[in-house]
Design a binder for this molecule. Structure first.
Ligand code: ATP
Length: 355
């Protein structure tokens, strides 16, 4: 079992707090992604799990064992850094074998372990090649081979694909996830790229200024963002956020937008007159000829099967994802209708989702 549990993890550097009372559990074999902008505390959290940084308070449990004060070398965790450095004068086999050789493992065992790592990465045919002659993708695979050959309890990866160009990164995203499915080792992966997170993760923690804003599956986070921060961070383009005023009774099922009633999911917490933010994903906004919220088409981005229409409304800009079969022209003034059962509602004062 290599479940990773983080309990009330807190890290201050002097007066600056980088990680605030963090709590999450990564189950054995899960691919967990910490997502957030630069400086939100992802790397600091990862370094504490690795044992490279001591928490100010809180605990870290690995497979049920408290490792908070254990050294990095005693945790049996592999840390994969952004830049995969290889030993250029060694061939593939020797590069992969290196961590085991330095551990003093018997030769026959090393041979078997390297063979198995190469098989999992599908680079068996390259074992006797010099690494200097390898293409970029294969170099990355060799570097991964060096991380997986030790069969650690867990992998920690800090923006491992950050330095790659977009096309290559896309390929490696699927490669890494495929490798994870074959190995099944618990993985904690740090990125600021929501597309990477959404395509790889079993679970995501969205971080904001050292705080875990939301923890959940990609679908939970996409469909039910816990705050406007998460709603705005996830999705491309992100969720439309429309500020509005509403007089709400507890259990209200309707708000008014532009004088028109809009049905909303029943709210348990709502009361009185409050500022609200209505959240609608672009694919849940429809363009209609008659009725709806008045809007003017400002721009159209053609994406192949769909197109993103940017519209100006009295609530600000709204983006709608419509089928590319629909003809939409700049300057047109359609109405906007929201798929009400898919709307999100946030408290206008603090941006938290109202449920
Ligand atoms: P990035 O993607 O830029 O690495 P991040 O989300 O991983 O961002 P961290 O590296 O964890 O963020 O840093 C969080 C905050 O803690 C930053 O403001 C950073 O400047 C600060 N910080 C990190 N390490 C130290 C340190 N050793 N001393 C002082 N401040 C630090």
């Amino acid at each position: 079992m290599a479940e990773i549990r983080v309990e009330n993890l807190h890290k201050s550097f002097g007066t600056f707090t980088a990680v605030v009372e963090s709590n999450f559990t990564v189950r054995d074999g899960e691919f967990f992604v910490m997502l957030g902008p630069s400086g939100c505390g992802k790397t600091t959290t990862l370094r504490m799990i690795a044992g490279l940084e001591l928490p100010t308070s809180g605990r870290i449990l690995l497979g049920g064992e408290d490792v908070t004060f254990k050294r990095a070398s005693q945790r049996d965790i592999a840390f994969v850094f952004q830049l995969f450095a290889l030993y250029p004068h060694m061939n593939v086999r020797k590069n992969i074998a290196f961590p085991l050789v330095s551990q003093g493992m018997p030769k026959a065992e090393i041979k078997a372990a390297v063979q198995e790592a190469a098989r999992l990465l599908r680079i068996d045919h390259l074992l006797d090649m010099p690494v200097s002659g390898l293409a970029g993708g294969d170099r990355q695979r060799v570097a991964l081979g060096r991380a997986i050959v030790r069969r650690p309890k867990a992998f920690l990866m800090d923006e491992p694909l950050g330095a790659l160009d977009a096309e290559f990164r896309d390929m490696m995203v699927h490669e890494l996830r495929g490798l994870h499915d074959r190995i099944g080792a618990t993985t904690v992966y740090v990125t600021h790229d929501q597309m990477e997170a959404m395509s790889m993760a079993d679970k995501i923690a969205v971080m904001n200024h050292g705080v875990v804003e939301q923890f959940g599956t990609p679908q939970e986070i996409y469909d039910n963002p816990a705050s406007t921060y998460v709603a705005d961070f996830i999705g491309s383009p992100p969720m439309n956020l429309l500020p509005c005023e509403a007089a709400l009774q507890p259990g209200a099922t309707e708000i008014r937008l532009d004088g028109r009633p809009i049905a909303i999911p029943r709210l348990a917490e709502a009361a009185g007159s409050i500022r609200l933010i209505l959240g609608a994903r672009p694919e849940h906004v429809r363009l209609v000829d008659e009725g709806g919220l008045r809007a003017e088409v400002m721009g159209v981005e053609y994406l192949g099967t769909t197109q993103i229409v940017t519209l100006s409304t009295s609530y600000g800009l709204v983006r709608a994802r419509v089928s590319s079969g629909t003809t939409v022209r700049r300057g047109e003034t359609p109405g906007l209708v929201f798929k009400t059962e898919r709307l999100s509602l946030f408290d206008g004062a603090n941006g938290r989702a109202l449920r």
